[in-house]
Design a protein around this ligand. Structure first.
Ligand code: FAD
Length: 819
């Protein structure tokens, strides 16, 4: 009979690499931790991982930090615990065999070098010298990291478990958590303990690290964890001469395969283009050390392609064709963080086949988050609350997962659009926009127009490219229409909330850095901050009357914003209702937007009667709409919030009146290029939870003097008092009109790297690629600093001269917006 401790501060559920790493780091922070494993440590997915240890390959700073930290941790754990991790820095080579991939890896390696990964581009001959068994006739280049290599996943996990025990953690095997107990309701519902067949353990926090079981365990507590297991394969050949343990790891994504030595032969790992979800209904509770029957027929073409890279694998016998399940997510990012549904219920699951090589960093970050209350790296792309609850539906998971695993080895061109699980959310205008030849992309499940094909053309994306896509000129025309005439944009995917109650204004004002509770009928742009003055959210709040507010945030922030409000409204007369699907958002933007709309309403839209930031309900044909004069493109413009059932009517009226004003439909590609020229921020893209509001350049939206203060105010005041900033977001414009910026391009001043482009677009008015880069320097970053240096941005392997500016290079005085 297992003896359970009656209580612990944290219970970690699951003894795979993620659970043990989390327990290790929590124990290291001095916390009282119990880890419960249903069967034996590693018995889930971890036991059969290939153990590739790769720091190269990501353009996420967070993921790269995880990878570097993990590699360092696994190199030092043996000295600390006496248990080897099997880590061997045998080197890692990524092959580029097509121009698109060469460009991608050059871009990635420049960014990875900036992050401290020593990656070298090597020739085909050098690949052959390092891996003489490979065929290199089609190799354009290899990307080589000498310090990367391989580890033994079971040994890694045992070492983490041992290290955790040495630091005071209790690890119990053979104890399945049958439920997480909670108390309270609504926003105050919180974890109180876990139940097992051997009794309960009281705890303050749980961390669900139950791998592919995490979803069903979460569901028991009403926590949505949209991940899905899928088959994942490698083949192991018989032993043969000419291969040794010191052989580097070789990855050939174009041919779906990777190679490393295993037992005197080769392991041929696979990431097939079209994969097979496993047990969409429910992962069997008792499944341990699983080996699934391999689907030879489905996998044969991929095996053949992979083995063609190392021809000897065709001549030696096959010892094993292994298939095991691994968890995947819709966007190939893990599911991490505190569940919106239950306080102190943390999750770390859905590792998308990089759980071993990121596990150390993941555990470190999670322990930091739990023990300090906030993560210390950008988690906007990983946070559990970016995901929507419909994504856990069986049909969604079954459909999207077919695509996920294959994306790992795809060439990651910009503007990629998933092709599975489409049509989940349609704007009321969908059919109208389809008739306008919209090219739809998946925006948090919404079908949203990225751009429109002109009459006589089909909205085909065409070939993916790092250069100018075939629709570049159509995109440019939409951009220019917004600058010169007027455009209509369907933005119905934006997250919309009705906030009501006697305390609504005061509570909103407490969480908002700007003053959002002034005059009614006014929209206010604001950030929400944490106690350290760092960004929690970036959004608008419109005061409709003393007890009614309209809050709008970006699609990916939908659950984050709602959760944040609920938690800050708890115990007050303030209530939030998500009305996203109830209203279409139709944006009419551009210098002729007022003229156009004025023909459709009896409300006076003149500058005097309806100034910038005004918000009023207006008549439009037979409809009533909330009309807000605000812009995210840097022009005179209006956002119309129309009840879903009247959206088509309003749209038809606008389109019918449009020709006289040069109205054009515009998609979110134009939105991106317009806002980027104006330097407007996008949370989760160019600003994130690691930036303070001042570093983000948003000090103008902070009302330091408003009565009652606001959350994070002291930190803002302290940072102001500390003197000029050495970390700041700047706009970067390439001097040459040709190259395209995407993301992660390194920015240098006088040859010294200071940061990278976090988000970018093409500035059709500025005439060149434009981005926002967060820079950090040894001296204050101000206008003089920016104008005195020689600036370059590294795109693939070339340095391109650029300008760097704190003020937007398009309409810095805001004349267009307020006119
Ligand atoms: C073929 C293959 C090759 C791979 N190769 C690599 C690689 O080269 N590099 C890499 O980084 N990654 C690789 N991976 C991925 C890697 O194995 C996973 O990302 C990682 O193991 C996930 O770890 P985890 O801790 O999240 O899940 P798991 O290892 O599955 O751990 C979850 C644990 O939770 C336990 N559990 C579940 N429910 C409960 C409960 N109710 N109570 C208590 N315990 C519970 C389970 O028993 C299990 O032990 C590979 C995966 C596969 C399938």
């Amino acid at each position: 009979m297992v003896q359970l401790p009656p209580r612990a501060r944290v219970v970690v559920i699951g003894g795979g690499v993620i659970g043990t790493s989390t327990a290790y780091h929590l124990a290291d922070a001095g916390w009282d931790v119990v880890l419960l494993e249903r069967d034996r440590i590693t018995s889930g997915t971890t036991w059969h991982a290939a153990g590739l240890m790769v720091t190269f390959g990501s353009t996420s700073e967070t993921s790269t930090e995880f990878r570097k930290y993990t590699r360092d941790l696994y190199s030092r754990l043996e000295a600390e615990t006496g248990q080897s991790t099997g880590f061997m820095p045998v080197g890692f080579i990524e092959l580029a065999t097509e121009p698109g991939r060469l460009e991608e890896y050059r871009r990635v390696s420049a960014f990875n070098r900036y992050c401290g990964v020593d990656v070298q581009e090597i020739s085909a001959q050098e690949v052959l010298d390092l891996f003489p068994l490979a065929r290199v006739d089609d190799v354009l280049a290899g990307f080589y990291v000498a310090e990367d290599g391989r580890a033994n996943p079971v040994d890694v996990t045992m070492a983490l478990a041992k290290g955790a025990r040495l630091k005071g953690a209790t690890i119990l095997e053979g104890v399945a958590v049958t439920g997480v107990t909670t108390a309270g309701s609504g926003a105050s519902r919180h974890v109180t303990g876990v139940s097992t067949a051997y009794g309960d353990i009281e705890c303050e926090y749980v961390v669900n690290c139950a791998g592919m079981w995490a979803r069903q365990l979460g569901e028991q507590s009403g926590v949505s964890i949209p991940l899905q297991a899928a088959e994942h394969y490698y083949l192991i050949t018989e032993e043969f001469d000419g291969i040794s343990k010191s052989h580097p790891v070789l990855e050939d994504p174009r041919n779906f395969g990777y190679f490393r030595e295993e037992g005197g032969g080769l392991m041929v790992g696979l990431f097939e283009a079209v994969c097979a979800p496993w047990h969409v209904d429910r992962i069997p509770d008792s499944a341990s050390f699983l080996e699934l029957p391999p689907d030879w027929d489905r996998m044969a073409p991929y095996l053949e392609a992979a083995m063609s890279r190392v021809p000897i694998t065709n001549d030696v016998g096959i010892r094993k064709f292994f298939c095991g399940p691994e968890s995947f997510t819709a966007d190939l990012a893990p599911v991490v963080g505190e569940a919106p549904e239950v306080r102190n219920y943390f999750v770390a699951a859905g590792l998308n086949s990089i759980g071993i090589l990121t596990g150390g960093g993941m555990g470190r970050m999670l322990a930091h988050w739990i023990t300090t209350g906030r993560p210390d790296v950008d988690i906007t792309g990983f946070n559990i609350d970016r995901l929507q609850t419909y994504q856990r539906n069986p049909e969604y998971r079954a459909t999207r997962t077919v695509e996920s695993l294959g994306r790992v080895y795809a060439c990651h061109y910009p503007d990629h659009n998933p092709h599975t699980a489409r049509g989940a959310k349609l704007s009321p205008l969908h059919q109208r926009l389809e008739a306008q030849r919209a090219w739809f992309r998946d925006v948090s499940g919404w079908e949203n127009p990225g751009w429109y094909a002109p009459e006589g053309h089909e909205p085909d994306q065409g070939e993916e490219t790092w250069g100018r896509p075939h629709w570049f000129d159509w995109w440019a025309a939409e951009h220019h229409a917004a600058r010169n005439d007027v455009v209509l944009m369907d933005m119905s995917f934006m997250a919309k909330f009705l906030v009501q109650g006697k305390d609504a204004g005061a509570r909103l004002n407490w969480v908002s850095a700007n003053d959002v509770d002034g005059e009614a009928g006014v929209i206010t742009y604001t950030q929400w901050l944490d106690e350290l003055g760092r960004l929690e959210a970036d959004l608008t709040v419109t005061k409709l009357d003393d007890e009614t507010f309209w809050v709008v945030a970006s699609d990916t922030a939908q659950r984050h914003v709602e959760t944040h409000l609920r938690r800050h409204f708890d115990g007050h007369h303030a209530f939030v209702t998500d009305v996203t699907g109830g209203y279409a958002q139709i944006n009419v933007q551009g210098p002729r937007s007022r003229e156009l709309l004025q023909t459709l309403t009896t409300s006076d839209l003149s500058n005097g009667a309806f100034p910038f930031r005004a918000a009023r309900e207006i008549d439009l044909g037979f409809a009533r709409a909330l009309c807000i004069r605000i812009t995210y493109v840097g022009e005179l413009g209006y956002e119309l919030y129309v009840p879903a059932e009247q959206a088509v009517h309003v749209y038809d009226r606008i389109v019918a009146a449009g020709p006289a004003f040069g109205l054009r439909h515009a998609g979110t590609k134009a939105l991106a290029s317009l806002r980027m020229e104006k330097g407007y921020r996008d949370y989760g893209h160019d600003i994130d939870n690691t930036d303070t509001v001042l570093e983000a350049g948003l000090g103008f939206a902070v009302a330091l003097d408003k009565p009652g203060g606001f959350l994070g105010r002291d930190a803002v005041v302290a940072q102001k008092a500390a003197g000029p900033l050495r970390k700041r977001l700047v706009q970067v414009v390439v001097e040459d009109p040709e190259p395209m910026l995407v993301h992660a391009e390194v920015v240098r001043r006088d040859g010294v790297p200071l940061g990278y482009v976090r988000a970018a677009s093409y500035g059709h008015t500025l005439g060149a690629a434009v981005g926002l880069a967060m820079l950090e320097a040894d001296e204050p970053i101000d206008a003089a600093y920016l104008s005195s240096g020689t600036w370059t941005v590294e795109i693939a392997d070339r340095q391109w001269p650029c300008r760097a500016s704190l003020r937007p290079l398009y309409d810095p005085a805001n004349e267009k917006v307020k006119g």
